[in-house]
Design a protein. Sequence first.
Length: 186
Amino acid sequence: MKQRYDPHRHHRRSMRLRGYDYSRAGVYFVTICTYQRECLLGEVVDGRVRLNACGQLVAEAWSWLSQRYRYVELDAWLVVPNHLHGMLVITDVDAPNRRGDSRIAPTPNAPPRRKTLGRLIGAFKTVSAKHINALRDTCGAHVWQRGYYDRVVRNKPELRAIRQYIRQNPGHWPDDPENPSQLVQG
């Protein structure tokens, strides 16, 4: 028997702010998890992160964002065994010492175009997955979960709290909800 198409079958509820321009200048806190929460990036020992080669590639790819896109700065960030926490800052000012945007041809008198937060995260995932798969000889294998968590940072106290959360995250690894040992077996 042929099943009927259901447009809501794979619908995921968006956590994005309705009507918000995610290319707008601001500070964004993101958490990006590895596929199936696999501890692919290293380990936490005595409250300190020890990145393996894959984790180092992720750190390099995250840093690459601020080198590649003039309007991107990085605030506090951390790679842990199966996810990355980071604050990405989209600025109003294009830093003159950075390279231009990918796939955007310069045109006279055109306003600068920026990628949205989602497109920036997509670029990070693509670059890091390509390098990790080359290292592991697993061409095309999933490295990251489909989506990511984001939060628009709204004020200085929230910014300070998120920075502290990122700094203290390795010490909380045994209780971290992203730690696979915390998943309830069903």
